[in-house]
Design a protein around this ligand. Structure first.
Ligand code: TYD
Length: 343
């Protein structure tokens, strides 16, 4: 690899990936192609913006001509560009179709037309729908997406499979679990809980807080993604999971413990519609390539809490903007009717 096209590189996982790639591969150049929607933020890459091997090009994956312009000259491509928040997809999924379906197709079509040697498409465990530890999902299993977000991501994955079969496009699909770590937008549960706790604001826990998610540290995730970009088998998909599953209520309590704040900040609020109880994948395939997570749950959450505590400059700006209207829509009435935590 000499030059890597990264779509969605100003987002959470994308920006962590770019930092990792520039550090680990001193000869590689990066083109960061990002639309800078509410979720994309060049602050995420402030420390590498001056690197001679890094270039930013603003554009949307939904705009095929813009993708073509930015991908030309690259010999590898990775697509992080996505609308990723389930609650926003429940409000309206039109943007999810544009970015996650049309955008995925554009990246594939341009990569095919330019003869790009390797393409990695970043997907999610949510395409499989709910699963348990006893019956983990494997890469060939059926898709049973239940949110508009998950359905749009499943469509992108299917397009990758179709391009592999039809055109021989060398595309690999990665399906990571829930990530935690630096630069995650505070609409997501963990940074939302941490930043609210730091401000002494209530933590809105959906339902009874019994739903479980893996908490894969983003540094572990980006190591797996670089491995797959370089050594994954074209045409194959790979699950990425750390087995760090915890119910949301335990995550909220762990965060409050780390910040020395009272559990009284927890509010149980009306549940998300169609809330998936748990995802669980078998990650044998990526582990067979030599990957293993280095963060267990305790280390992942501790490092994450510390980062948000130390980087108010990063999230205070986000929480002051469009976020306020979103927060009021999502949480205003629910928090007013929320139930307090009892020991
Ligand atoms: P989220 O971070 O939105 O990721 P996803 O829905 O893609 O897994 O949510 C993680 C879990 O936390 C999920 O079970 C929903 C729950 N949750 C809350 O309890 N409160 C919140 O305010 C949010 C955003 C999520």
């Amino acid at each position: 690899m000499r030059r890597v096209f990264v779509a969605g590189g100003a987002g959470f996982i994308g920006s962590n990936f770019i930092r990792h790639l520039l550090r680990e591969r001193p000869d590689v150049e990066v083109v960061n192609f990002d639309a800078l929607t509410y979720a994309g933020n060049l602050d995420n890459l402030r420390d590498v913006a001056g690197d001679a091997r890094y270039r930013f090009a603003r554009g949307s994956v939904a705009d095929r001509a813009a993708v073509l312009g930015a991908m030309r000259g690259c010999d590898a491509a990775i697509n992080f560009a996505a609308e990723s928040h389930v609650d926003r997809s429940i409000e309206d999924a039109a943007d999810f179709i544009d970015t996650n379906v049309r955008g995925a197709h554009n990246v594939l079509a341009v990569a095919r037309d330019l003869g790009v040697g390797r393409v990695l498409h970043v997907s999610t465990d949510e395409v499989y729908g709910p699963a348990t530890r006893e019956q983990p999902r494997r890469e060939g299993d059926a898709f049973r997406p239940r949110s508009p977000y998950a359905a749009s991501k499943a469509a992108g994955d299917l397009m990758c499979a179709a391009f592999s079969e039809t055109y021989g496009t060398p595309v690999i699909v990665a399906r990571p679990a829930n990530n935690v770590g630096p630069y995650q937008h505070p609409e997501k549960a963990v940074p939302l809980f941490v930043t609210n706790a730091l401000d002494g604001e209530p933590l809105p826990v959906y339902g009874e807080g019994l739903q479980e998610r893996d908490r894969l540290h983003v540094e572990d995730c980006v190591r797996a993604l670089l491995l797959l970009l370089e050594r994954g088998e074209p045409g194959e998909a790979y699950n990425i999971q750390a087995d760090n599953h915890q119910p949301n209520i335990d995550v909220a309590r762990a965060i409050l413990d780390l910040l020395d704040k009272p559990y009284g900040l927890i509010r149980f609020v009306d549940d998300r519609a169609g809330h998936d109880p748990c995802y669980w994948m078998d990650a044998t395939k990526v582990r067979a390539l030599g990957w293993a997570p280095s963060y267990d749950f305790a280390r992942a959450i501790e490092a994450t809490v510390r980062w948000y505590a130390d980087n108010r400059w990063w999230w205070e700006r986000i929480k002051a903007g469009e976020y306020r209207a979103y927060y009021e829509r999502q949480y205003g009435a629910r928090l007013a009717g929320g139930r307090r935590y009892e020991d």
